[in-house]
Design a protein around this ligand. Structure first.
Ligand SMILES: C[S@@+](CC[C@H](N)C(=O)[O-])C[C@H]1O[C@@H](n2cnc3c(N)ncnc32)[C@H](O)[C@@H]1O
Length: 354
């Protein structure tokens, strides 16, 4: 049980290793991180038996940037037949779990295993239930089995309220056909990730106003309009006519880095492809000057040291607000719909706009 196994976007294994190693050091958990390039997963192998558990207890999963899912446990070789008996035998060391997810890593090989998992799940679930290892209880840990092949599985567990919201950390969001671009799913996923569902009515209400910087053709504006908000869309490019027809969008051809609204708004979102430091600076300006209360801004990461860059920017933002005496909640995540980028969410906690 001394290994922490993490899923991630292929190509970001190094970022996961750097990030988890930093948290392990902070929590005095001895061990080392390892990963293969493009494997879409990484491990932190702890020196002590309770290391992975301490690491998970000391760190909120939602605050990790690059891992999409995590579980602590062990790798297990499986025979070609009767895999269930071997899994059950190993589970003798596990507590009774409250739910079961079968997962694969986000690679082509992983995708090919999805069919196997689908067929395997029902008999496994039945056997685990009969053996008293699985009951339906959200307060008990979730059993997470990541199949690396039909012959190797990572047998892990994680608290349901301190791990991914969806299997493999991949949300099943339906692309709305009326949206002018696929990027729309980035903003929708950001809301799922950063805003608890029971707060959507209050924090994404139809009474609100929003500014969308770099809005064209309008995938993000579409999400804001879908919530009923009045949106000022800033872009030199054209907005989709379907959106303009709603009467909820004002399109201004202006520079997103200099535009400021005449009156404060509730939301600012920004998906401009620019140096991440410039987009991060927008967060400081908009929330710091009380131009908005909440913001979602995408930070593109074309550089090599991507984790180091994100940490540096987040630290600068944190210090900037601290110096001004402004309390903010800061979140940052590489969402499933993000590519070479991460999404930042900021919210003012003092309730004041100015
Ligand atoms: C990735 S696209 C945005 C896609 C949009 N979020 C959507 O869902 O349809 C980036 C947009 O930023 C715009 N852009 C680039 N630099 C800008 C600037 N300085 N001010 C405003 N918009 C800018 C581009 O014209 C482009 O339309």
């Amino acid at each position: 049980m001394n290994t922490l196994f993490m899923h991630c976007r292929p190509g970001f294994e190094g970022e996961v290793c750097s990030e988890i190693a930093e948290h392990a050091a902070r929590l005095n958990v001895a061990g080392y991180a390892k990963a293969k390039t493009n494997a879409a997963c990484a491990e932190f192998v702890c020196t002590e038996e309770d290391g992975a558990e301490r690491l998970m207890k000391g760190q909120r999963f939602a605050q990790l940037i690059f891992p999409r899912q995590w579980a602590r446990g062990v790798f297990l070789d499986l025979p070609e037949t009767d895999r269930i008996s071997v899994i059950l035998a190993q589970l003798a060391n596990f507590p009774t779990c409250g739910s079961l997810w079968l997962e694969v890593v986000d690679t082509n090989d992983g995708k090919e295993l999805s069919n196997f998992c689908r067929k395997f799940e029902a008999p496994l679930r039945k056997a685990l239930t009969q053996a008293g290892k699985l009951v339906e209880d959200a307060s008990k840990p979730r059993l997470l089995l990541t199949f690396k092949s039909g012959r190797e599985v990572f047998l892990g567990m994680a608290d349901a309220d301190n791990s991914a919201m969806w299997p493999m950390g991949i949300p099943r969001l339906k692309f709305p056909r009326e949206s002018p671009s696929r990027s729309t799913l980035k903003l929708e996923e950001a809301w799922h990730h950063f805003i608890p569902r029971d707060q959507w009515d209050e924090r994404l209400s139809g009474e609100m106003t929003a500014v969308d910087l770099g809005a064209a053709p309008g995938g993000w504006t579409y999400q804001l309009v879908r919530r009923g908000m009045l949106v000022t869309a800033i872009d030199n490019g054209p907005m989709a006519e379907s959106l303009m027809g709603t009467g909820l969008v004002q399109h201004l051809m202006a520079d997103g880095f200099t535009f400021k609204p005449r009156h404060p708004v509730d939301w600012m979102v920004c998906d401009i492809v620019e140096k991440p430091a410039r987009n991060a600076a927008l967060l400081e300006t908009w929330l710091g000057e009380g131009l908005c209360r909440e913001a979602v801004v995408n930070l593109k990461l074309p550089m090599k040291q991507r984790y180091a860059e994100v940490r540096r920017l987040l630290q600068r933002i944190e210090e900037g607000f601290e110096a001004r005496g402004i309390r903010v909640e800061i979140g940052c995540k590489q969402l499933y719909h993000d590519r070479e980028e991460v999404t930042c969410h900021l919210r003012r906690l003092d309730g004041k706009r100015r």
